[in-house]
Design a protein around this ligand. Structure first.
Ligand code: CAA
Length: 395
């Protein structure tokens, strides 16, 4: 078992850390308070290659592995989770879905722009009445011969107002249940696409979350992704990878709060010594460090399993549920360690605490992850331990 990162992976982590600490950190409090979309920062992330990290270079991507992607997500998420959710959705849900299941023509037309960050994409699955129960799609796409006619409403769409491309999941044949669902590439400047107001959220406040309405939008036949009826599986397979990205975001939130708490507790004195020397604080730090290391192992393992082309369905859900619950629990502790300073914006930990909550909700709630994990372990009939044969490792 090898726990070392490669030179290349270390360089990606360093570049992401440098960008997060030097470019994202100044201004992150202001952007969060005013719900200002990080336009400049997103442009720079595109230039640095963070928006299409795993995409084949022939489509303009970085050709990197999933481990490199989670390392970048972790570092960016220590600082700015509005930016890291943009990175996650564009990489995992949009670029990966298109590269894996799109046609060459779709990749040439869309992926090349999305992988470089010239365009940003959004993944439109959730609806007012279809969140966890994702098969209950009310959005319809009626086959009109040479095109589909799309009607419906999508909720909580990350990148909703800034994206040029939506991957929209819609019902084409309600009689067929999940086999009557399809996924479509929709350009946001087409007639009938209406963007609702930006949501005023608890956390990730500068990210761009909107309701989207589609009214008689004409979607060309060639913009359907995969065979007829593949849309639900497209969504599930794409989300399985997406959950690794959100797990890495949660890991970054927890690690960022921990790093701030460790530094603060060494400086802040009470009763004649640094508070880190008081057992009440030292034990909190010990619990944080232990849970974060455990989360890190789950997150890196799920990324590694994806890179090895293993079945990572259960592993990504385990990583997401554990990392997001670690983020929530320990950002609350980070605020506690900071005392009154933790309750004000200047010290960053209150923002990380607010940001942590969404990682337990989006891309599948913690309850949905437990559905996925329990189905996996029952199906496999044993504890979830991946068996790796040398041929699998060799690729
Ligand atoms: N990979 C491949 N196929 C899968 C799959 C997976 N991970 N999960 C399910 N499927 C397949 C099943 O095999 C089944 O196919 P067959 O009938 O051919 O065997 C089909 O899909 C239906 O599966 P289920 O019967 O398991 O479906 P279900 O109705 O019981 O739902 C669920 C399962 C796991 C609860 C699913 O609905 C789910 O994941 N819900 C949560 C949705 C979600 O994560 N939403 C997030 C919104 S996107 C977002 O947040 C992005 C953002 O902006 C940040």
């Amino acid at each position: 078992m090898i726990f070392e990162l490669t030179e290349e992976q270390l360089a990606v982590r360093e570049a992401a850390r440098d960008f997060a600490q030097n470019v994202l950190k100044p201004g992150v409090i202001e952007r969060d308070s005013t719900m200002t979309y990080p336009t400049d920062q997103v442009r720079q992330m595109g230039e640095l290659g963070f928006l299409g990290m795993m995409v084949d270079p022939k489509y303009g991507g970085g050709g990197m592995d999933t481990i490199s992607y989670v390392l970048a997500m972790e570092e960016i998420s220590k600082v700015d989770n509005s930016c890291s959710v943009i990175v996650s959705v564009n990489n995992s849900l949009v670029c990966w879905g298109l590269e894996t299941f799109g046609t060459e023509a779709q990749k040439d037309k869309y992926l090349t722009k999305l992988a470089t960050g010239e365009w940003i994409g959004a993944f439109c699955l959730s609806e007012p009445e279809a969140g966890s129960d994702a098969t209950s799609q009310r959005t319809t796409a009626v086959d009109m011969g040479d095109h589909y006619l799309l009607n419906g409403t999508k909720n909580w769409i990350t990148n909703g107002g800034t994206s040029r491309v939506h991957l929209v999941i819609a019902q084409t044949d309600p009689e067929k249940g999940h086999r009557g669902i399809n996924a479509f590439i929709v350009e946001t400047d087409w007639d009938g696409v209406e963007i609702g107001a930006k949501e005023d959220k608890l956390g990730i406040r500068s990210s761009d979350t909107h309701t989207i309405m589609y009214s008689d939008v004409k979607v060309p036949k060639e913009n359907r992704i995969g065979d007829d009826g593949f849309g639900f599986k497209f969504a599930m397979k794409t989300l399985t990878g997406g959950r690794i990205g959100i797990a890495a975001q949660a890991l970054g939130i927890a690690a960022g709060a921990y790093e701030l708490s460790l530094a603060y507790s060494k400086e802040r004195e009470a009763f004649g010594k640094p508070i880190s020397k008081h057992q009440a604080i030292a034990f909190k730090l010990a619990d944080m460090a232990t849970d974060i290391e455990a989360a890190r192992l789950l997150v890196y393992r799920s990324a590694w399993m994806k890179d090895q082309h293993m079945d990572y369905t259960g592993a990504s859900s385990m990583a997401k549920v554990f990392a997001s619950e670690t983020a929530m629990k320990h950002t609350v502790e980070a605020v506690q360690i900071h005392g009154g300073y933790g309750f004000v914006k200047e010290y960053h930990v209150e923002r990380l605490m607010r940001d942590a909550k969404i990682t337990q909700i989006y891309e599948g709630t913690s309850e949905v992850q437990r559905i996925v994990i329990s189905r996996q372990i029952i199906k496999k009939g044993e504890l979830y331990i991946p068996v790796v044969t040398p041929s699998v490792v060799a690729g």
